[in-house]
Design a protein around this ligand. Structure first.
Ligand code: MTE
Ligand code: MO
Length: 317
């Protein structure tokens, strides 16, 4: 049996090869990738694998590498290499959330009416914020003017107050779904992972994460089928709708995609996304949303904060 170290060496070598190839193929993939991807995802699936994947592998190595990489494992590291992550980007986190007022909205999952967390309108849930100013360093990415904290009446804040504006995928009032507590989320098996976090700005850090696998979450709250098959996408946003992200359902089921509650052995802080953030080591940092307020299954390609500002929706490494 191979030791963890040996296994990691293999994975590392493989992932280096991937990186090199996806560099070579980046232009082709950028030009053709999206169209092809949509075409593939539109096919009926057999054993979870859409049939044309195979043909695509043979037809075009560059594009298939980009697709295949979604299913490959990223390397893990020994704990002693892990360090505290810097804070980078606090859209949707500027006001401190009152922990008891936190709920995770889940939309598009099956059998919601039977669930104790069922709500006829998840958008009506009122998150509360404190007026206290955080002592935590908000990092450098705070160029937007700080918006005024809610006044004493705790009015619902306006959504989409940051550079990218409001999300096109935001829920309409009256959307039914679930309102889960953190206790609900933490019923799922605990998972720890030491992986690299990569920001597109050119820095990376190795971090110890803990939380639950998103795959387990999806199994516990499976998507309702649309026209006999699973919806293609997952959409997430912060409780105030200021930051938002979209994913393929498949990458959410990747075994290293985590709903994170702790970093480096401590609970998440406000600016790292308490009480729940995403870690997705197959994607750049901007896809790893902090302070998840909503998880929604959808068949419409979701809007994404940084895609709106010109970055790639796919954001694969
Ligand atoms: N809610 C929210 N999530 C976010 C961002 C943000 O501004 N707001 N920035 C993203 C970017 S670009 C990065 S690199 C990481 C940074 O996470 P960290 O602050 O924990 O290092 O969060 C991502 N998730
Ligand atoms: Mo980033």
């Amino acid at each position: 049996m191979a030791t963890v170290e040996e296994e990691n060496k293999v994975i590392l070598a493989r992932s280096r090869r991937h990186t090199r190839r996806s560099f070579l193929g980046a232009g082709v993939a950028a030009a053709a990738g999206f169209g092809l991807y949509r075409w593939i995802e539109g096919r009926p699936a057999e054993d979870d694998q859409p049939i044309p994947y195979r043909n695509a592998f043979e037809a075009n190595a560059a594009i298939s590498q980009a697709l295949f990489h979604d299913h490959a494992l990223t390397p893990t590291y020994p704990l002693h290499q892990a360090e505290n992550l810097r804070v980078n980007g606090v859209f949707g986190l500027k006001e401190e959330l009152v922990p008891e007022s936190y709920r995770l909205q889940v939309v598009g999952s099956t059998a919601v009416e039977q669930h104790p967390g069922f709500s006829r309108d998840v958008t009506a849930w009122e998150y509360r914020y404190t007026q206290t100013k955080s002592a935590e360093d908000p990092g450098h990415d705070t160029k937007s003017a700080p918006h005024h904290a809610n006044d004493a009446k705790q009015e619902k804040p306006e959504r989409g107050r940051e550079d990218a504006g409001q999300s096109d995928s935001t829920l309409a009032p009256g959307t039914p779904g679930l309102l889960l507590t953190m206790d609900d989320v933490l019923k799922l098996p605990r998972q720890e992972l030491v992986t690299q976090f990569k920001c597109i700005e050119g820095w990376s850090q190795i971090v110890l994460w803990a939380g639950v696998r998103m795959a387990d979450f999806i199994e516990a709250h499976p998507p309702e089928k649309i026209a006999g098959r699973e919806p293609k996408f997952v959409y997430m946003e912060t409780p105030d709708g200021d930051y938002y992200t979209g994913y393929d359902l498949a990458v959410c089921r990747h075994p290293q995609t985590l709903l994170v509650t702790e970093m480096m052995g401590a609970p998440l802080t406000q600016f790292h996304g308490a009480p729940l953030r995403l870690h997705m080591p197959t994607k750049y940092g901007y896809k790893q949303i902090k302070r998840i307020g909503l998880i929604s299954y959808t068949d419409l390609k979701p809007d994404d904060y940084w895609t709106k500002l010109g970055y790639d929706w796919y954001a694969g490494l």
